[in-house]
Design a binder for this molecule. Structure first.
Ligand code: HEM
Length: 460
């Protein structure tokens, strides 16, 4: 693999070449941080990575990210590396591109407006409170548990329950979460070696396809049942069924693709972000103390309610900073359709462009002490960001995440519900990012819960 920083002058000069032997080991060891380090060393300049038969570029400067995601977005499609292997799971859905994406986006958009999501808050808060209370079992026994698994269960049985109109059972969720997790992890080789044809087996291929089978086993009966009896509700399943009623047999596949994609986008991203929270709080006791103080003041000992949400301001800042440091959608490449020139650098038709908020969020040129976790950056009194695309955990432009309002409605309520009842203690060390379809911790985050009331009573 060779890396060449591209000059930003109008006439490109010959680029500096970094020899393959300097990059191969970091790629295999830690591709996530390798890309971020490359972006930082180049101060956000466009880099050409000579790694695959088609040209591959790393764009980390906010101007260039904006150009791809918004300015000239029709020239940059969700095809090629990353999307091609994922297509076997997601199909032609709201997470694809072109007419299939547009049709799904048009149906789904009204279900994700700030106003519509606000109307779901009371119901979601009650579901969260009820589900989080089940963690009492861990608190009573002192037994530790895998935060990743438990966060996935909590999100499934609350946020997803509301979003999917109760059509996914607890058992469905418990089959789906590990299947998506295995799919995201097992795709790593396909992401790192996108030019290897599917006729050549790579490690992880079989696990990936087995996960797709499990996901289909859960979703296909739900799709068939929903098409037979499309509900009248505003949940995503009913809305998609009603909108596609006339589409004939193709509608079954279409509905399956959209539900598999939305579930992945909504459940996995929210649960994984909430999983990162606990090791980060463990490493930053002052942030943890301030977060607890806010929850104590706003929610007390619960139950958490919709009315608490606007006052959970520090909780929101912590989540914003968590998404800066650990943006679960860490990589979403594009393929250039036609030749383009970006910041003076010619980009060939067919070139792959890597967009990674993990790298842009760490640029010294746009962030003060970018490697430090500091929620204060997001306080209203300290607007540190100057460029819209210096921070884009939810993407941007026409493909901007549909679930942003849902995330900022549900995630603070989950955090507040947990902290109003328990003091979570991390068993084990810090977590580091694994190379996967989404940014997941390599290590398990094991948690123990100490009930709040008992601990506080002892302290007084
Ligand atoms: C921590 C939470 C989340 C993060 C970090 C996140 C991140 C992202 C990112 C980066 C994209 C853009 C991908 C691209 O441009 O190629 C995206 C798209 C999307 N997200 Fe999210 N997401 C989150 C939660 C959610 C939730 C809760 C939903 C709920 C349904 C959701 C649904 C979607 C959908 C449908 C798209 C595709 C939009 C389109 O292409 O038109 N996401 N998300």
């Amino acid at each position: 693999m060779e890396i060449a920083p591209m000059p930003v002058a109008a006439a490109p000069r010959r680029a500096e070449i970094v020899p393959i032997r300097r990059l191969l080991a970091p790629v295999l060891r830690d591709p996530v941080n390798m890309l971020a380090d490359l972006g930082r060393q180049a101060s956000g300049r466009i880099l050409r990575i000579r790694f695959s038969p088609s040209p591959l570029y790393l764009f980390s400067h906010p101007d260039d990210v904006q150009h791809v995601l918004r300015g000239n977005w029709t020239n940059y499609r969700r095809t090629g590396m990353f999307w091609r292997p994922l297509h076997r799971l997601l199909g032609a859905s709201v997470l694809s591109d072109g007419p299939a994406w547009q049709a799904s986006r048009d149906i789904l958009q009204p279900l994700f407006t700030a106003r519509h999501i606000a109307s779901l808050t009371e119901q979601t808060a009650a579901a969260i409170d009820e589900r989080v209370a089940e963690l009492d079992e861990y608190a009573a026994s002192g037994r530790s548990f895998d935060a990743g698994e438990e966060m996935a269960d909590v999100v499934n049985e609350t946020v997803i329950k509301v979003l999917f109109g109760g059509r996914l059972s607890r058992e469905d969720g418990r089959r789906l979460s590990p299947a998506y997790d295995r799919a995201a992890r097992s795709i790593a080789f396909r992401l790192l070696l996108p030019f290897v044809p599917y006729s050549v087996n790579l490690p992880g291929d079989r696990t990936f396809m087995n996960s797709v089978e499990v996901i289909d086993e859960v979703f296909l009966p739900i799709v068939r049942q929903a098409r037979a009896v499309p509900g009248s509700g505003t949940d995503v399943v009913s809305a998609l069924c009603r909108a596609r009623r006339d589409d004939g047999p193709a509608a079954e596949r279409q509905l399956r693709d959209d539900l598999v994609s939305i579930y992945g986008a909504a459940s996995e991203s929210t649960a994984t972000t909430l999983t990162w929270l606990w090791p980060v709080l463990d490493a930053h006791p002052q942030v943890a103390a301030r977060l607890r103080a806010e929850v104590d003041e706003v929610v007390g000992t619960g139950p958490v309610r919709a009315a608490h949400l606007p006052r959970l301001t520090y909780t929101k800042m912590v989540l914003q900073e968590l998404l800066r440091v650990y943006p679960v959608g860490w990589l979403f490449p594009r393929t250039a359709v036609e030749h383009d020139v970006v910041g003076g650098v010619p980009i060939e038709a067919g070139a792959q462009v890597l967009i990674t908020p993990y790298a842009t969020h760490r640029l010294d040129e746009f962030w003060d002490r970018p490697l430090e976790f500091d929620p204060e950056r997001f306080s209203t009194g300290r607007p540190e960001r100057h460029h819209r695309y210096a921070y884009f955990p939810f993407g941007g432009g026409p493909h901007q995440c549909l679930g942003q309002h849902l995330f900022y409605m549900a995630a603070p309520l989950v955090v507040a519900a947990i902290l109003s009842r328990y003091r979570p203690m991390l068993d084990g060390g810090p977590c580091t990012p694994a190379p996967a379809g989404s940014l997941r911790p390599k290590e398990k985050a094991e948690l123990r819960l100490v009930p709040v009331r008992r601990e506080e009573a002892g302290a007084r």
